[in-house]
Design a protein around this ligand. Structure first.
Ligand SMILES: N[C@@H](CCC(=O)N[C@@H](CS)C(=O)NCC(=O)O)C(=O)O
Length: 238
């Protein structure tokens, strides 16, 4: 079988491993953004569960400096976005990009963080894919127009504020009926949702908790208790 594109990936020499746990066979390329921390949280959760095979090297990709466009990184993720993962524990190495794909890959590889029963597994995946579809409206929509746009467009802010509040209400209602998003088991769905929505309602994302009036939603109280290592993970990639 021909080598995968990632197997020949050469990383820029100036990137150094920041969290080199050992001579690991798994490399995580990321930065501590809401999407970026998801893979790190999953890897740390797996390690906390005793999966020593989840050891990884964390490579810092400075997206503000354009490192996501370097040829080595593009071989791991042709879409030039973090996070990305290269699994060298298999031959040929497997590249994994898109945070949802990374979370599912890790869950399946280690048989953890995803319920085994078909109904609960499906419900977890429902919420995992919900996050993938919903968060661009939060980040690219609300966050962009509320914080980053050079001009304040009232229409855009109103539109995406309504959508952000609607999404938070969806999560709030789900967490009123279920301990975790997928049901009784903590899963990759919770890992995907927390960096966006948990951080938003805690005021750590866009400084918008007060503006959105969402400080007391269930997503907020769900975060730290359900993700004990999240704080540690959020700094792993700078
Ligand atoms: N759908 C992707 C989104 C990834 C994404 O948007 N990553 C951002 C950081 S949060 C990025 O790499 N931005 C760099 C750029 O757009 O050039 C995923 O879930 O992995």
């Amino acid at each position: 079988m021909a080598s995968s594109p990632a197997s020949t990936a050469r990383l820029p020499a100036r990137l150094t491993t920041r969290t080199c746990r050992r001579a690991s066979t798994r490399c995580s390329y990321s930065l501590a953004t809401p999407n970026g921390v998801k893979a790190t949280i999953a890897l740390e959760e797996l390690l906390a569960l005793g999966h020593r095979g989840a050891e990884y090297d964390a490579w810092l990709i400075r997206i503000g400096e354009g490192e996501q466009f370097s040829s080595g990184f593009v071989q791991v993720n042709p879409n030039s976005k973090i996070p990305a993962l290269l699994d060298r524990s298999v031959e040929p190495p497997v590249r994994v990009f898109e945070s949802g794909s990374i979370l599912l890959y890790l869950a399946e590889k280690f048989g953890a963080l995803l319920p085994k029963a078909p109904a609960a597994r499906t419900e977890s995946l429902n919420w995992l894919f919900w996050q993938m579809g919903a968060a661009p409206y939060l980040g690219g929509g609300f966050g962009h127009f509320y914080v980053y746009a050079p001009e304040k467009f009232e229409y855009a802010i109103n539109r995406f504020t309504m959508e952000a509040k609607r999404q938070l209400d969806v999560l709030d209602r789900r967490l009123a009926e279920s301990r975790y998003l997928g049901g009784e088991e903590y899963s990759i769905a919770d890992i995907a949702v927390w960096p966006w929505y948990g951080q938003l309602v805690r005021g750590n994302l866009y400084g918008a908790a007060e503006f959105l009036a969402v400080a007391n939603t269930r997503t907020c109280s769900a975060g730290p208790r359900r993700l004990p290592c999240a704080r540690q993970c959020s700094v792993a990639h700078g």
